[in-house]
Design a protein around this ligand. Structure first.
Ligand SMILES: C[S@@+](CC[C@H](N)C(=O)[O-])C[C@H]1O[C@@H](n2cnc3c(N)ncnc32)[C@H](O)[C@@H]1O
Length: 499
């Protein structure tokens, strides 16, 4: 392993800052960055999210951070190894530009030692790779892979592109070197020459602006993406290879569809990287497109036929309207693992058919009410979650007709309170069930804005579909995401302030 500490050369950077040798400083954001932030806004800021995290390592005075933070919903973090550099950035961002620390901050940290609680949506490298001695390059690429979210992007201003020599910093780079460093875990989605008017005036060498998308790095990541998507959420996987011409030809359309169908998750699988996934999915040729819902393959397509791809996405896209569910926060998974099963309470359950085993994919036993058709079910979580949707199934005469929901109650709801205490919402299931044999099932979106911080949910069932004496639930699943995942950037900031 590379001894990064020995190679980073803190003293050199600190004295450059102290002595004002900051010839790289443009006095403002990189012009070519400002341009791609406009031309590639949809690609960079996944429309399935409303908040994005950005990292700029070796950020200097942080002008580029300010450019990112101009977009609503962005939290931008800069890293500087030089204390004087951090102080200068503080001055520039918070005194001169008056930017709030909630959206922009610069941390005193070595990029190679930095370990945030979650990866970033976008990383921007501007004269950072070229500032590092070449022996640090593979460590740089490894850190970038670890620090960019899957599906996220690394934006690189490629500089200085010139024949290799010993001089530096800035050390010579080439398009081939970037390819070699990044291609195992990133796919280049854009590259262009930097125009003369946008160029850094830092001496010789061509410059290019490039965007790299973090591809599925492991088979486990692919499995997780497919299996944790909510049942109504379409996931499209493009099985591709770098050597495949038709794959390249259909890429722009794939990117266009990803921008247009914001409620669909689009992933790319390089079959040479994810061999296990390719084998498991019996991929014989590329490109092949697979369409999944709730972990199941619902359609597939071989070849690069643009019209067929478009039609299939349109056909299987699923419900667009997350507005009923509030702001979109990306894919939602089955929260079975976050349910504190030992603390579940169920009032009026029969002795033989208790609530214990109705959760999760392998639900085999059903829950049945006891003396009448009513059920109160309190489901606590072992960490705070956001709830997005609910899936329920039962016999067509005994499944719940409607459900009232309550959250975070200090005391267990009593049956008589079901009529007097205002629920969070009343979900009418009768109209949304679909029948399959003797069973009916439904997946219903919850009013997402109302379930942003849930410790426990109480479900009150008053009646069943057929007016039977007892109510039966065969399977119950709750979809959403733990709050930890979505607030990690805020935490990172908090942690840093405490240090
Ligand atoms: C060439 S300057 C670029 C600054 C900035 N990107 C700009 O364009 O204004 C490189 C910066 O990276 C910082 N740096 C060097 N090694 C670093 C490391 N390992 N971690 C964090 N910052 C580092 C240096 O202190 C320096 O300010």
């Amino acid at each position: 392993m590379t001894d990064t500490k020995a190679l980073v050369n803190l003293e050199q950077w600190e004295s450059a800052w102290q002595e004002g040798r900051t010839g790289w400083d443009l006095g403002d954001a990189t012009p070519a960055l400002l341009s791609v932030l406009q031309t590639h806004e949809a690609a960079l800021f996944s429309p399935s999210k409303s908040e994005w995290s950005v990292l700029v390592p070796g950020c200097g005075r942080g002008y580029d951070l300010a450019a990112f933070a101009a977009k609503k919903g962005v939290s931008a973090v800069g890293l500087e190894i030089s204390p004087t550099g951090v102080a200068e950035a503080e001055k520039e961002l918070h005194q001169v530009r008056n930017l709030p620390r909630e959206t922009v901050q610069v941390l005193l940290a070595d990029f190679f030692e930095f370990s945030p609680s979650a990866p970033f949506d976008i990383i921007y490298d501007h004269t950072f790779l070229c500032a590092l001695v070449p022996t640090l390059r593979s460590a740089w690429a490894n850190r970038m892979s670890a620090l960019v979210n899957k599906g996220g992007h690394l934006v690189c201003l490629m500089f200085p592109l010139r024949d290799a020599d010993e001089k530096g910093p800035p050390y010579a780079l080439s398009v081939e070197v970037y390819d070699e460093l990044l291609s195992p875990n990133f796919k280049q989605i854009f590259i262009r020459d930097v125009q003369e008017s946008e160029k850094l005036k830092l001496g010789g060498g061509e410059q290019k602006m490039s965007i790299w998308e973090r591809i599925m790095a492991t088979d486990a990541q692919f499995n997780e993406t497919i299996s944790t998507a909510a049942p109504t959420q379409l996931v499209v996987a493009d099985f591709t290879a770098t050597w495949c011409g038709p794959c390249k030809a259909i890429k722009p359309l794939y990117a266009e569809l990803a921008a247009k169908y914001k409620h669909v998750t689009f992933v790319t699988v390089d079959i040479d990287q994810l061999k296990e996934t390719a084998a498991k999915n019996s991929i014989q040729s590329v490109p092949t497109f697979h369409f999944y819902k709730g972990g199941e393959l619902v359609a597939n397509m071989k070849g690069a036929d643009p019209r067929q791809l478009q039609t299939l996405v349109e056909q299987h896209q699923g419900p667009k309207d997350e507005s009923a569910a509030g702001p979109s926060v990306g894919p939602h998974g089955d929260l079975a693992q976050f349910i504190d099963t030992r603390q579940i309470e169920c009032l009026n359950q029969s002795d033989d058919h208790t609530v214990g085993s109705i959760f999760g994919k392998d639900a085999k036993q059903y829950l049945e009410s006891d003396v009448d058709e009513q059920i109160i079910l309190v489901i606590p979580f072992n960490q705070v979650v956001k709830l997005h949707s609910l899936q329920i199934s039962g016999p067509k005469d005994k499944a719940p007709k409607s459900i009232k929901t309550y959250i975070n109650r200090a005391t267990t709801l009593a049956f008589e309170e079901g009529d007097s205490i205002e629920p969070i919402e009343v979900i009418d299931l009768a109209t949304v069930y679909t029948a399959e044999g003797d069973l009916v099932s439904a997946t219903v979106p919850l009013r997402f804005v109302k379930y942003q911080s849930v410790n426990s949910i109480t479900l009150f069932v008053g009646q069943n579909l057929g007016g039977q004496e007892t109510t039966v639930i065969n399977k119950l699943a709750l979809f959403g995401s733990p709050v930890e995942v979505t607030k990690n950037l805020a935490e990172l900031k908090k942690d840093d302030h405490q240090h």
